[in-house]
Design a protein around this ligand. Structure first.
Ligand code: AR6
Length: 175
């Protein structure tokens, strides 16, 4: 049986920077000044205006999110969120990761976004175990969509097939 909200979540494989969504989410670090992984790819694709704009915002604490224009991206907005670094699970990592998804969805809804795309926050350089992160992402997004009409559709974007199948296996009991 499918839970309410789930039919509004679409799982895809690809490069998030190429996506035609109202907003794409960036797995940033607190400086908001770019980095490696998806953060580097988003900054490269958006152009140098993004970094300059982020400088005016300042830093962003772990678990929070900030919204900017998308500049050269197809996406109108970028929502930058700072995931937790995995330290073994005793440093509030679960609550902080859930907060990243919730705050990003809230910003997307406030900006009138009908579609928003997420990468797998914290599962790369920040080493959050992918299966645990999957269950947190799924539960948090599903909860949010149950009580909010917007965004209408949430895309979960995996760079590699393997990451996508780990995600699908981790949440398969929830479908
Ligand atoms: N599209 C979609 N997913 C991607 C892309 C892309 N273009 N590129 C990478 N991924 P990471 P984090 C996936 O390391 O763990 C940066 O230096 C990647 O395969 O980008 O939150 C920041 O500045 C992985 O599954 O983010 C921070 O310092 C997922 O995106 C730090 O890394 C997240 O991996 C953030 O680390």
């Amino acid at each position: 049986m499918s839970m309410a909200g789930n039919e509004r979540i679409k799982i895809i494989t690809g490069d998030i920077t190429a996506l035609d969504a109202d907003a794409i989410v960036n797995a940033a670090n607190s400086s908001l000044q770019g980095g490696g992984g998806v953060d580097g790819a988003i900054h490269r694709a958006a152009g140098p205006e993004l970094k300059a704009y982020c400088k005016t915002i300042g830093t962003c604490p772990t678990g929070e999110a900030r919204i900017t224009p998308g500049f050269k991206l197809r996406a109108r907005h970028v929502i930058h969120t700072v995931g937790p670094v995995w330290h073994g699970g005793e440093k509030n990592e679960t609550a902080l990761l859930a907060s990243c998804y919730r705050e990003s969805l809230q910003l997307a809804a406030s900006a009138g976004c009908r579609t928003v795309a997420f990468p797998a926050i914290s599962t790369g350089a920040f080493r959050f175990p992918a299966d645990k992160a999957a269950r947190i992402a799924w539960a948090t997004i599903t909860d949010f969509l149950r009580t909010h009409p917007q965004p209408e559709t949430v895309y979960l974007v995996f760079f590699e097939e393997n990451a996508r199948s780990i995600f699908e296996r981790a949440v398969k009991d929830e479908f």
